[in-house]
Design a protein around this ligand. Structure first.
Ligand SMILES: [Zn+2]
Ligand SMILES: [Zn+2]
Ligand SMILES: [Zn+2]
Ligand SMILES: [Zn+2]
Length: 520
């Protein structure tokens, strides 16, 4: 039996949330903080009932506590099957994980989010989770869209990797910015800073992503670009769709007469791309996108059906469409007193388009794993971490003459002082970027909500029901008439106990999996 959950609480920040909390320590409700709290709970004879009760949120740094009533209703008849009041449960409350996607905010929830992101992205390429297995045969490409340059930064460029694990890459890099002495661009800049760097930077070199000269760097253009990236992406998806439509005409493919829900007939192109993408904040603090583009066919009666495109389409057509869009899509922002003509927004020159194939270099599992990794990050790579900024704290983070991130925040704040550009202030803590870190087109794959609901959230109610961890036919509906009771663990002791139990469970799980793998 699987179940839907309807809770009368706002969904907790699963996408771009507020800025980082300064510490990873479990947060604790304000009303208790005694040192002996762990002792009290641990020696309570009901401690195992309590641990069972909080299991779903046990690893969370900052769970949401809810109180009220949970009712189980038969979906077909509307009959009330059971009802449980939280006042009869341990602590009189239900614990729900915070659900934050960011590793730096809640490692446990971020792990869950990353797993879901992987499942979601992979299902779009290999099928499963309600997506037909035939998607594995659709043409699909993996594209990296980068931003243009806003000034020279220290980079690490490895021509040929010989390392086994790219995450622990220790390969010898090329010199950062080599120039012949006779090259006129090798001269120091007007601020006296060198424009050449012969260092072969290591993977963890803090200079990576830093400009060679902070004063030469175009901070205004970079934050405006970050802010415009979602719009640039939107236009890019339109350009890819148009390019494929033109290609369908060239191939002489007939348009499909599709019957809409209202019974109207409309003529649509015979193939359509669907997208899954994540944003990555690079070390130089500019966003770039990693995207999966898949080509689908059009079903005449079911607009939601995912079917193969006409056989005349090949993966080359998708490569051509993505490359064309990356090279041609551009627009100019609205004017700003600091830039009367507005800023021109386009992708950088380094666009990488690769076919995804089950037997190729880029497989569905690799791509999904790669993208899911970025889905739990935010601005960490840039060294800037803060919550949403306001006039009171801005001076702590913004400095026109300060470090690279300080100058970016300053550019957001200064440009955002203009009435038409206020949104730049709103997103100053994200260095201008106000988009989502993971998005997908509706048809690409399943949703986070479906994946989340399929998991056990309320594992056990007073009636002792276990809600199965699967997506079978949904026969019951769980309606939570719950109100927010608080957030965080009640005591430091509770946090310790629950987090430790979760860590031990995870460890057991991992050991079991390794042993199973060894036997297999
Ligand atoms: Zn959490
Ligand atoms: Zn360098
Ligand atoms: Zn390497
Ligand atoms: Zn300079």
């Amino acid at each position: 039996m699987a179940a839907d959950l309807i809770a009368v609480v706002p969904d907790q920040c699963t996408t771009a949330g507020p800025g980082l909390r300064p510490t990873l320590a479990p947060s604790v409700g304000s009303f208790v903080g005694r040192d002996e709290s762990a002792f009290h709970r641990a020696t309570d004879p009901n401690v195992f009932d309590w641990l069972d009760h909080v299991k779903a949120a046990a690893g969370c740094s900052h769970p949401i506590r809810l109180s009220g009533e949970v009712a189980t209703v038969d979906r077909a008849t509307g009959q009330l099957l059971s009802a449980a009041r939280t006042e009869n449960m341990p602590d009189g409350e239900i614990y729900k994980p915070c659900g934050n996607r960011r590793h730096a905010v809640c490692p446990s929830c971020a792990r869950t989010y990353q797993r879901d992101a992987y499942q979601l992205l992979r299902a779009g390429l290999a099928g499963g989770k309600g997506i037909p297995a035939s998607v594995a045969g659709h043409p699909a490409v993996f594209v990296t869209f980068t931003a243009p340059s806003f000034g020279i930064v220290h980079t690490r460029n490895v021509k040929r990797h010989t390392c086994g694990n790219r995450r622990r890459c220790d390969c010898r890099a090329e010199p950062c910015h080599a120039r012949r002495a006779t090259d006129p661009t090798a001269r120091p800049c007007q601020h006296g800073q060198p424009s050449v760097c012969w260092a072969r930077h290591e993977e963890n070199d803090p200079r990576l992503g830093q400009p060679l000269c902070l004063d030469c760097y175009d901070y205004d253009a970079q934050v405006v670009w970050n802010h415009s990236a979602p719009e640039l992406w939107r236009r890019t998806t339109i350009a890819i769709t148009r390019h494929l439509r033109t290609r369908a005409r060239q191939l002489g493919l007939p348009w499909v007469e599709q019957v809409t829900a209202s019974g109207r007939v409309r003529r649509v192109p015979p193939a359509k791309p669907s997208f899954g993408k994540v944003a990555e904040m690079q070390r130089r603090a500019v966003v770039h996108y990693h995207a999966i583009v898949r080509l689908d066919g059009i079903h005449p009666y079911d607009p939601d059906a995912v079917i193969p495109p006409p056989a005349a389409f090949g993966v080359d057509d998708l490569v051509a469409a993505a490359e064309h869009a990356a090279a041609t899509v551009t627009f100019t922002t609205r004017p700003h007193p600091a830039q009367r003509a507005g800023w021109r927004i386009a992708w950088g020159e380094q666009v990488d388009v690769r076919p995804i194939a089950a037997d190729g270099e880029i497989t569905d599992g690799k791509v999904a794993g790669y993208l899911a990794k970025y889905a739990t990050k935010s601005t960490e790579a840039t060294g800037h971490v803060s919550r949403r900024l306001d006039g009171e704290v801005i001076d702590l983070y913004a400095n026109e003459h300060g470090s690279h991130p300080e100058r970016l925040v300053d550019a957001c704040w200064t440009l955002g002082g203009n009435r038409d550009w206020q949104h730049l202030r709103r997103w100053a803590h994200m260095l201008g970027f106000g988009g989502h870190f993971l998005t997908k087109s509706r048809r690409y794959s399943t949703t986070f909500r479906i994946l989340r609901n399929a998991r056990v959230v309320w594992r056990r109610t007073e009636t002792g029901h276990e809600y199965a961890d699967q997506t079978e036919e949904e026969t019951t509906l769980i309606v939570g008439l719950l109100t927010y009771a608080g957030s965080g663990w009640r005591t430091t002791g509770d946090a310790l106990l629950a987090n430790t139990a979760a860590a031990m469970a995870r460890e057991r799980h991992e050991v079991a999996r390794e042993e199973f793998a060894a036997v297999a």
